[in-house]
Design a protein around this ligand. Sequence first.
Ligand SMILES: Nc1ncnc2c1ncn2[C@@H]1O[C@H](COP(=O)(O)OP(=O)(O)O)[C@@H](O)[C@H]1O
Ligand SMILES: N[C@@H](CCOP(=O)(O)O)C(=O)O
Length: 325
Amino acid sequence: MAVYTHVPAEEIDAFLTRYNAGRLVSAKGIAEGVENSNYLLETTGADGKGHRYILTLYEKRVDQADLPFFMDLLDHLGARGCLVPRFIADTSGQRLQQLGGRPACLIEFLTGISVTEPTPAQAKAAGAALGELHRAAQGFDGERRNALDIAGWHDLAAKCGDDFDSIAPGLGARVAEELAFLDAHWPADLPRSVIHADLFPDNVLMLGDRVTGLIDFYFSCTDIRAYDLAVTHSAWTFSHDGGAFFADRAAALGAGYGQAHGLTDAERTVFPILCRGAALRFLLTRAYDWINTPADALVTRKDPLAYLRRLDFYAKADPTGLLGA
Ligand SMILES: Nc1ncnc2c1ncn2[C@@H]1O[C@H](COP(=O)(O)OP(=O)(O)O)[C@@H](O)[C@H]1O
Ligand SMILES: N[C@@H](CCOP(=O)(O)O)C(=O)O
């Protein structure tokens, strides 16, 4: 459940008077998501024909100072044909507001659903959408440091400390061993760009095999471009528990990305290491949340071990099989 801040309907209705959006018809808290509070709003629409919006209230993990970066990025990508939601300005041109004591934005609603068991055709479409995003990101001059880069992984591991082994015996030692491996092998000279950094199936809206929207850019940052494909690979090509790898989805993801952007030989060579980094990144954030979120909290904790299984897979995998032959 991700509605941390509850806002009465009357307050949302009054908030909407700042916009050309009509009056509030309904406001429903959205259960999906973990970071922010999200509402689906239905309004009469400025033209009386009815309209939908997303209302997002930013909770602790999103720094208000980063919001202009996200807004400018989505404007840049949207202007180049990417299917991303725009932040909506009120009648005075203001996009960032305060509501319920939190920073808040009204955001364009995109249609589509998130798939839970992607087919190869859907993985191919997601790969193509990521490639198009990387093409469109060229020329974007905003920069944001990735707080979850290799230095950030060390910080998270230190914070989890002895608690790793309460999740699984030996996990702390395994994380330390992997960090040492990645310190020694993480590439320093691959092309960098703005990346999404969290393109999981729940952040891709689809109708059938067609992508209708890419959402949740709140981890987007400047980092190794091919690392974004590694993150997407880790999320789209395994069973939920990480116990099964689907080579057909992986080949399709790689083919879709290849059509829209593609990897250089250097990126392809280190792709298995980027995948190990991606698996460790999500293992660490999930482990941190597992340790620090009370078991009875409203939000569902995600299983860190599902990413340990992916990490073990990547550490042993035949590199040539990761994206198809
Ligand atoms: N622009 C949008 N259009 C349609 N639905 C959206 C949009 N943004 C968010 N959603 C819905 O809200 C859910 C949570 O949004 P998300 O940005 O992933 O939240 P969080 O940042 O808290 O993880 C999504 O899974 C999706 O169902
Ligand atoms: N994708 C991450 C968690 C971040 O959640 P999101 O709802 O903001 O995408 C994970 O699965 O660990």
